[in-house]
Design a protein around this ligand. Structure first.
Ligand SMILES: C[S@@+](CC[C@H](N)C(=O)[O-])C[C@H]1O[C@@H](n2cnc3c(N)ncnc32)[C@H](O)[C@@H]1O
Length: 266
């Protein structure tokens, strides 16, 4: 394993992904009925932004580090994200979810790599509603679907280390959607070659009916670093597109970013 999220935690792409996650979970909490969150590629859950990895890339400084001075009023999801992530060690997606869930809700966080899974277990130990599985997220996810609660969100955020990761991810999303068509799916992807990213989105959308949207964000990054990333959201909650448009309008100047949001209504 080469990929370590500690080098990238809190960067521009993490910021957008995590605000979207907060918006989705906030929506799910509007009803009393319990819901499930499944994080198929969860990471270690907490990242020291003052540590060597984060300082080496400087990515967090150009992401969350640029947001601390944002002046209210902020869109609610952005304000809630900053409350969770604005100070101290940076929370990864499973910790953000654990902090937002109610006693009746459940989180399953899947992480393949032993060290990361062990660290995540420690981070999530205080939350009885959260469990960590050391497993291959692609193999494990379909076995967890549909969740007993029959409502919930699925985050798929692989490291894109393997050359066939787009193909594997597209197949996994389609298979998951067949088992749980009503779930809200939040899928992260890098945009290194735009045609490849577009092909991935097209392949997923062709296999998954229903409303969907994509968000892309681009920054001017140093040579060799990721400068553009996307989110594909299947079954986005009511009002999500409008809220994310307001979030992006605040993030653009703060991160010196360009963004794009496109919807498919069905
Ligand atoms: C981009 S990071 C996850 C970041 C996390 N979702 C967040 O937002 O805080 C991807 C993680 O997936 C893990 N991973 C790699 N291959 C995996 C697989 N097949 N199944 C589950 N986890 C995997 C990596 O060890 C890494 O921790």
């Amino acid at each position: 394993m080469n990929y370590r999220h500690g080098y990238h935690a809190g960067n521009f792409a993490d910021v957008v992904k995590h605000v979207a996650l907060v918006a989705i979970l906030t929506h799910l909490k509007k009803k009393d009925a319990a819901f499930a969150v499944i994080d198929s590629h969860a990471g270690r859950g907490l990242y020291d932004l003052a540590g060597e990895a984060a300082r080496k890339t400087g990515e967090a400084a150009n992401g969350i580090g640029r947001l601390r001075g944002l002046v209210p009023p902020l869109p609610p999801a952005l304000a809630a994200y900053l409350e969770l992530a604005g100070e101290g060690p940076y929370p990864g997606s499973p910790l953000i979810a654990a902090r937002l869930l109610r006693p009746q809700d459940r989180l399953v966080a899947i992480e393949k790599h032993a060290q990361e899974a062990a660290a995540l277990r420690d981070v999530l130990a205080p939350w009885r509603k959260a469990s960590v599985e050391e497993a291959d997220g692609y193999a494990r996810l379909p076995k967890l679907l549909p969740p007993p609660q029959r409502r919930g969100g699925i985050l798929m955020d692989p490291p894109f280390e393997a050359p066939d990761e787009f193909a594997r991810l597209a197949a996994a999303v389609r298979a998951a959607h067949r088992r749980f068509a009503n779930g809200i799916y939040l899928i992260w992807y890098p945009v290194k070659a735009p045609a490849e990213a577009q092909g991935f989105v097209g392949e997923v959308l062709a296999g998954c009916s229903g409303p969907a949207l994509t968000i892309e964000i681009a920054i001017d990054a140093p040579e060799g670093r990721l400068s553009r990333a996307g989110l594909l959201v299947l079954n986005p909650p009511y009002g999500f597109a409008e809220e994310m448009a307001a979030v992006l309008a605040r993030l653009e100047p703060a991160l010196a970013a360009r963004t794009r949001l496109e919807q498919r209504a069905e």
